[in-house]
Design a protein around this ligand. Structure first.
Ligand code: NAD
Length: 281
């Protein structure tokens, strides 16, 4: 398949996929959102609708945006210029997707993963045809509000990809920062100790989690570590820590914490499941 201009395909209609879709629609792009889970497709459409219609200046929004959005279980017949993958943080899912994308789309179609922590070079390793047009576009949650996007070049990524990615992110009124393909890139490398030290302090009985959030928010952090883990998803956060820990060949600074693992075992994943470190009605 070939590329058509300003057409984005987003794979995965979860927290991040729906946010990325909303931003692209706001900037006049055609968006094809793909997810095999019907309930996720439905709730993503409702969430995009809510996001776009409560925009600060709705008069700026092209009322035709609904016609520019298609939501489907698979991508047959779609001809995007950009593909952004936002499925759960495991190579077991991302690997086969990138192998298939690389086989089905020509080298003029730019492919990106929204991975928080998997090495982009590892993703390139499953694409035998054109790994040079694959990179990372790491958006932050909630996507419509967060300005920063890390642009990650893997070992095989070529300069034109990085230039195209920077241009795309600027077109969407966001701030691109080119980051190296190292464990945790830039943001997650510095954010891991923030979460992990907070988990250790609470586990050691030094402070309650509520007080821990209060102290950080009191000195100017927008969210304390526990409220932030609930927003991100404890499962997502834990997977990122595990990935950084493994990729640093088990650097103790990034050792995952049991408290998060226990929450996941109980299905208490944060806001998305109604309960995490806090309860949500
Ligand atoms: P999520 O669990 O909210 O959504 C994932 C979606 O992918 C689900 O709707 C699921 O049905 C769908 N999916 C699963 N397999 C699929 C497949 N084969 N094809 C198409 N869709 C499939 O996850 P999320 O929080 O949106 O995270 C997605 C990615 O973004 C992960 O790599 C994560 O690390 C990264 N990320 C997450 C955050 C965050 O705060 N949640 C921030 C930055 C980056």
């Amino acid at each position: 398949m070939t590329a058509s201009s300003r057409q984005l395909m987003v794979i995965g209609a979860g927290t991040m996929g729906r946010g990325i879709s909303e931003v692209a629609l706001r900037h006049g792009w055609r968006v094809h959102l793909v997810d095999p889970d019907a309930a996720q497709r439905q709730s993503a459409q409702a969430s995009i609708e809510k996001g776009l219609t409560r925009a600060a200046s709705p008069e700026m929004l092209d009322p035709e945006w609904r016609r520019r959005l298609t939501v489907s279980a698979d991508w047959d017949g779609i001809e995007p210029s950009w593909v952004i993958e936002a499925v759960p943080e495991t190579m077991a899912l991302k690997g086969p997707l990138f192998t298939r994308l690389d086989q089905e789309f020509g080298p003029e179609v730019w492919l990106a993963s929204n991975t928080s922590s998997i090495a982009v070079t590892e993703i390139q390793g499953v694409a035998r045809n054109f790994p040079e047009r694959i990179g990372g576009l790491h958006f932050f949650n909630p996507v419509p509000r967060m300005a920063l996007v890390e642009v990650i070049a893997g070992m095989a990524t070529k300069a034109p990809y990085v230039a195209a990615a920077v241009e795309l992110i600027r077109e969407w009124d966001k701030e691109p920062v080119v980051a190296p393909d190292r464990p945790g890139f830039l943001v997650n490398r510095v954010a891991r100790p923030y979460y992990l030290e907070a988990l250790r302090m609470v586990d050691d009985g030094i402070v309650s989690l509520e007080t821990c959030d209060t102290i950080f928010e009191g000195v100017g952090f927008p969210m304390g570590p526990f409220r932030l883990m609930d927003l991100v998803g404890i499962d997502v956060n834990f997977a990122v820590t595990e990935s950084v820990f493994t990729q640093t060949f088990y650097d103790a600074r990034y050792r995952p914490h049991r408290l998060q693992q226990q929450k996941i075992r109980l299905g208490q994943l944060g806001r998305k499941s109604g309960r995490g470190f806090y309860r949500y009605d």
